[in-house]
Design a protein. Structure first.
Length: 587
């Protein structure tokens, strides 16, 4: 779907105009690109950065490719081809490619628990598929195919050493290989992806001193009932497993993943969609261990969950996954980048205390940063925003399913013929959504519109529709027919699960898809948010500082007789580091 205007297009433009060009400078300055120059024999020196430094370059390349597909631009193409040429020059004759392991460690696959070799290969493959689809060029794809062929020779069913011990410390190769299989039709890539999924969960990495829980290597994917350990690893693994399940028609694996997703969403997810409640190990906690102040909720974990939910949505058509995507996109994901683009959060807590001490660069009390020593999140945000148009609607031959409401145009090829829809809306500020059928086949098609789970009182053309499902209309359409979906957006109070001790007695405020936050900058002089108790019944819409066009704030009265102003969580910390909280104690 191509976006025409509005909320998400503004985010995409900030991504294009600020984040992506700045990201390229950061990759130069941080030394990631120089690592490739050294590996290619074009410079001298030692590799710098984390062991997975190459992956940040690949994520940037993927972002540049999707952004080029969104709106072609010669400079964007020239930049990605220049880096592609450098990456290709650093590849070894047998296809292996990892600059940091090669330059710093010397020995391949010696430390799978920490060396991220498959992880970097996975991000390279994803970037290559993106470049092929966006530009039609094979430059990076040729590199990726040589990497993948090398992996097929070294690991998995057909390899000399093939054993269930082929486990990398950080998943992502699984989903990448499936995508490469989709692109090339080469079955060996899918087989290897399946092999990698099943190789996990046998504590293999303990042989290298790795922690099985942290590394998603304690329980086989097919037996797991939840997610655990390092959050990004866990959700990337599930994403790859979902891809394998889809391509191999493995309904049992898919059902298992569905149960894992449900358990995660019910017990280990913040109201913002954020995942990971422990700084230690950047990890999921136990069920209902959801402290607001120590929340980790890494931006990459929200992105990984988005990818997992998208695959579950494609496979099942269940609205709950589109609801999840919406929650993640508007809240836990979007809070990771500033409104102007180019400033980031790695960690996304739901409370920053008044007198918090920022003991780590990732601590949001520092405000947003332009880059990080461990810079996984910024280019991950870039590639997600650039490819957002791909997450909004689908077709299944019978018709079109609209999952997210963004002003734009979408064309789909149904069995009955071509369909073009135009979506007009000021969502998320206004709940009116008009779908205009610009072109339709002569025969009947089905249009399915998601009614979000929170949308009590929603109507389609004036008739009540059920939240948490798709409203479907099957009929013939004529050009310029319209459908009017109305989603009520009154602010609502959300209570925590009774087992979430850290939240007991508090409430959060949501309006439509947005979770609200109270930031110090918006409160009356002298207010310390940590001390306020609110009268939840007093919540109302209110004006908010003009941070984005159309913004709607909320106000609430406190037991101390004050009026607090809330802004959407994604918009916080655009005026420096501050105190903030999402859950407020009820008086
Ligand atoms: O290990 C690579 C990336 O760095 C992870 O996905 C992030 O959580 C960060 O630790
Ligand atoms: Zn990250």
């Amino acid at each position: 779907m191509s976006l025409r205007e509005g909320f998400w297009l503004d985010r995409q433009l900030a991504n294009r105009n600020v984040s992506i060009p700045d990201g390229l400078r950061q990759l130069h300055d941080a030394g990631n690109l120089r690592n490739f120059e050294i590996a290619a024999g074009r410079a001298e020196g030692e590799a710098v950065g984390p062991i997975f430094a190459d992956s940040d370059v690949y994520k940037w390349l993927e972002a540049a490719a999707w952004e080029y597909a969104r709106e072609a631009d010669e400079q964007l193409l020239a930049d990605q081809l220049k880096i592609t040429e450098l990456v290709a020059a650093a590849q070894e004759p047998d296809g292996y490619l990892n600059t940091v392991v090669r330059l710093r460690e010397g020995k391949r696959y010696a430390h799978p628990e920490r060396d991220h070799e498959h992880y970097c290969a996975g991000h390279l493959i994803q970037a290559a598929v993106a470049q092929k689809r966006a530009t039609g060029r094979d430059d990076l794809l040729n590199v990726a195919v040589r990497v993948a062929d090398h992996l097929v020779r070294e690991f998995g069913p057909g390899s000399a050493t093939g054993s269930a011990g082929d486990v990398d410390g950080h998943p992502v190769i699984e989903t990448a290989l499936v995508e490469l299989y989709r692109e090339t039709g080469e079955r060996a890539y899918l087989d290897l992806a399946e092999w990698f999924v099943d190789a996990r969960g046998h504590a293999t990495l303990e042989r290298f001193g790795g922690n099985s829980t942290y590394l998603s290597d304690r329980v086989p994917v097919r037996e797991a009932t939840t997610v655990e350990g390092h959050a990004v690893r866990a959700v990337y693994l599930a994403t790859g497993a979902a891809d394998v399940a889809i391509e191999t028609s493995d309904s049992e694996l898919l059902a298992t993943l569905g149960r894992q997703y449900d358990h995660m969403a019910a017990t280990k997810q913040y109201v913002t969609g954020g995942l990971g409640s422990r700084w230690e190990g950047e990890a999921f906690g136990d069920p209902y261990e959801l402290p607001s102040d120590r929340a980790y909720a890494e931006t990459c974990a929200a992105i990984g969950a988005l990818q997992w939910a998208w695959r579950m949505l494609l496979a099942t058509g269940e609205a709950v996954y589109a609801d999840q995507i919406e929650r993640l996109l508007f809240n836990g994901f979007l809070a990771g980048v500033s409104l102007r683009g180019g400033d980031y959060f790695y960690v996304n807590p739901l409370q920053v205390r008044h007198d918090a001490h920022a003991d780590d660069e990732r601590n949001p009390k520092n405000g947003r940063l332009r880059w990080f020593g461990c810079a996984c999140c910024p280019p991950n945000i870039m590639r997600t925003l650039a490819s957002l148009g791909g997450y909004l609607a689908t077709t299944n031959g019978d018709g079109v399913q609209v999952h997210q409401y963004v002003p734009g145009v979408l064309r789909a090829n149904t069995d009955a013929g071509e369909v073009e829809l135009r979506v007009d809306t000021a969502y998320p500020w206004d709940g009116g959504i008009r779908i205009t059928v610009a072109e339709a086949p002569a025969e009947a098609i089905t249009l399915s519109l998601r009614v979000p789970d929170w949308a009590d009182g929603a109507t389609l053309d004036g008739v009540d529709v059920t939240p948490g499902r798709y409203a479907t209309i099957t009929r013939t359409f004529a050009a310029n027919d319209t459908l009017e979906l109305t989603l009520p957006l009154t602010p609502r109070i959300t209570h925590p699960h009774p087992r979430a001790d850290a939240l007991r007695g508090s409430v959060a405020i949501e309006r439509g898809p947005l979770v609200y936050a109270f930031e110090g900058a918006d409160q009356p002089e002298g207010v310390v948010l940590d001390d306020e108790r609110i009268e939840a019944g007093s919540v109302a819409e209110a004006s908010a500082p003009d941070l984005v066009p159309g913004i709607v704030g909320v106000s609430v009265r406190t037991a101390q007789g004050r009026e607090l102003t809330g802004i959407p969580y994604f918009a916080w910390a655009n005026r420096g580091g501050d105190d903030m909280r999402v859950w407020l104690p009820e008086s």
